[in-house]
Design a protein around this ligand. Sequence first.
Ligand code: CU
Length: 482
Amino acid sequence: MLNRRNLLKFAAAGGAAALFPWDRVAALGNPAAGPAALADAAPAAPFAHAMPVPRVLRPVRRTHTADHYRMHMREADVEIVKGLTSRVRTYEGTFPGPTIRARSGREVVIRQTNDLDVPTAVHLHGGHVLSEHDGLPMDTIAPGDSRLYRYPNTQRASSLWYHDHAHHLEAENVFKGLHGQYLLTDREERRLPLPRGRYDVPLVIRDARVESDGTLKYTRPSDCPNMLVNGKERPYFQVAARKYRLRLYNACANRYFRLRLADGSEFTQIGSDGGLLAEPVRQTELTMLGGERIDVVVDFSRYPVGSSVVLENTGALPTERPEVLRFDVVREARDRSRVPDRLSELPPMPNGTVEREFVLQTFPEMTINGVTYDPNRADVVTTVGSSEVWTIRNIESAVAPPDFHVWHSFHTHLVMFRVLERNGGPVGPTDVGLKDTVTLGPGEEVKIAMTWGEYAGEYLFHCHQLGHSSGGQMGRIDVRAR
Ligand SMILES: [Cu+2]
């Protein structure tokens, strides 16, 4: 939590007013969401919960070509912090939403009904879908209405997620629970000897503020001391002494993580936003901003049964606990899985001929290239098949915590891209593979390359710090047919 000493430090670093873009976001986007009127945060109770694995949703109907699902968005009362009841916004009553398991080549059709009292729009993050099924910010489902979303799954295996995208409301809607996992698999992935079944587990990590009466309060990240994995405050997860595939999601509305195992030991990154990497990468620390996914394999056989290792966030504030999740190694298990040296064939690197530049800015408004989102204005017009190189700059300078907002994460709908350069040099350790969201620290610049396709229509690019996109840090891209 922000204390007086910190406040003075930040004021000295550049003027308190300039350091709280959150206030501006709140004023612009979501007046109810400001940092005012906070009640006491609930006392942190780490490792009081067993970590749940989100349930896999069953289709209501299967045909030769498609799986049909039904989901209701509704409020539910859940236990996030031990002993407290929190009212959240959910898909199907669970927090986070249920997991959809999809197969490449089989369509998924979801009828979404909005039983909430706010408009919603469901976006499949990382999905290659027609514009009318993309959950555009103005293309909302009014309370009481429902609509059908079609996901063709013509893309490679990847850890996608679905979440709210209603204009000005997405940050609060996602914070309050409107997010869930969508795990797409394909033949190439299924042929690999990677950990699977109960040893393939999504870890949906996000911050929260649960107050002492249980209220889940949407506010700025520096006032969010709770860290949740799969909807529970700092849980423990009982594992066998063998390899696990862990699909890490940063589902925060507004903050980054720097994740490591507390003993500093190595793990293996096998995938990124857009699925498996070409080959595995050894990692000891992962920087992730909102929207990003990283697939890792952790081998718990190096720990004796009866021992524990903590996943921690070294990007936590000095006033917060770094612990995120405790792995308790509780039994031996047979393990025939392994991580092969070659994982997948990535599509050829786009050979960009069109260059574009984007500047992300927080002051005086949440803008990209100086303008806030206008659904009636196309910021980029391109063509199916156009190969492009985009240079993206975060021109904000570094500020001491707790101001997380000078970080940006750039997300494109419809396409996956490759990161070509970071700050004029080689890419960072987690820029590998196919990406749909890229992290930009203060003052950073990245070059990314993509080929637009396979659909024509209206899509988006935006900052995935959802407080920023809610405030207008978002642009419209029109993809024209060739
Ligand atoms: Cu941003």
